[in-house]
Design a protein around this ligand. Sequence first.
Ligand code: FAD
Length: 402
Amino acid sequence: MDGRRDTPEQAEFREYCRRWLRENRPPAPAFRLPEHAIEVMTEEQRTYLCAWQKKCYDAGLVGADYPKAYGGGGHQGFQRIASWEMSALGVPYMINVIGLGMAAPTILHHGTEEQKRRYLPPLLSGEEIWCQGFSEPGAGSDLAGVQTSAVRDGDNWIINGHKVWTSLAHFASWMILLARHSSADKYNGLTYFITPIAGAPGVTVRPLIKITGQTGFNEVLFEDAVIPDRLRVDEVGKGWQVAMTTLLHERGAAENAGSGGGQSVEDRLAALIALAKRMPRNGGTAWDDPVIRDRLMQIVVRVEGFRQVFRRARVGALTDHPMRIPLSSKLLISELNQDMAALALDIEGAFASLYLGDERAPDGAEWPLAYLNSYGITIAAGTSEIQRNILGERVLGLAKTK
Ligand SMILES: Cc1cc2nc3c(=O)[nH]c(=O)nc-3n(C[C@H](O)[C@H](O)[C@H](O)COP(=O)(O)OP(=O)(O)OC[C@H]3O[C@@H](n4cnc5c(N)ncnc54)[C@H](O)[C@@H]3O)c2cc1C
């Protein structure tokens, strides 16, 4: 995105973002920052990233398109610019990724005036971290199968149930929760809530150990947890429709409040090529191996394809369906990152067996770690199979699977 479609105000904002980010980029921390916000585990990582989000928010780079009454900048079309410039400079990512990407747009769309004024400002600034309580042991892809119960008790709701794979719940103040108030109707029996997490009576957060040996997501258990009715989002029985708004944003079909930053796919490709030029192979380097070069070329072509698809999305006339490019981007990027990590392991050869903490591990063992994490990323926010189903049914108009 080169700014050719910017209005004069947007062009000025883009210049401001570039200048501000160059001048305020934080020094690299002494500790390791994980590749994604949903892998953040330690207090020092949290403190560093929360301070960075707050600084970006105060400078107007987060929540730029949200109304001023709800803590935003009150602009239009500024957020995509700020997010793009953050990614282009590779500054640290926003930690409150679920809040910014999913909770904020859902509350803006379906929340009460009181909810918007109370919850959006500290969400945008990163002072309150959010998590998403949709998945359960028996309900992931089949989200309408949610069984966590919400029973009305006067002005309150009593919540009982078991959520799982809840990213960032270990830091979260609040959760967006999908719960069942009636078993009579699969879809209309669902209601959507804002739920307190940290320290809330009846709520237990238990970290899960991932294949990487690290934590990052959790189980969340509700045992007679009480939440007031004023924390209900939209009407009783409208939970499925509200959850669809959340998923539309989660799967990339809409612009969010701004979770830019982090390493771009171009940066990762450059790191992969640098790795190939360094790793020994048959008396030379992996870069000299024609099979490795061929596989690298295939990745280069896919990265370029991804870039062009992304550019095309900016030109309305070239986009035949508004959801096609954003929805396919999640699928393309998660599978591309997985294949890049797999190639990196082949380039590293036996060195790929060295893990975090081993000083002989190339690139600090980031590639084996990225490879293991890449499987979760193709599952999170809807598996690749489900993403293909959605593209097939809603974008291409193919017959429904069920
Ligand atoms: C890293 C990570 C972070 C996550 N973070 C969160 C979070 O913060 N909050 C939250 O609520 N959830 C979170 N999740 C859960 C995630 O949304 C679910 O894992 C996902 O929706 C898949 O559901 P499932 O695990 O129940 O798999 P299942 O639905 O049991 O699917 C198993 C397999 O069957 C396939 N399948 C199922 N139905 C179909 C179909 N109709 N057509 C074709 N194939 C099908 C799936 O693609 C998959 O390969 C996270 C998951 C991961 C891995």
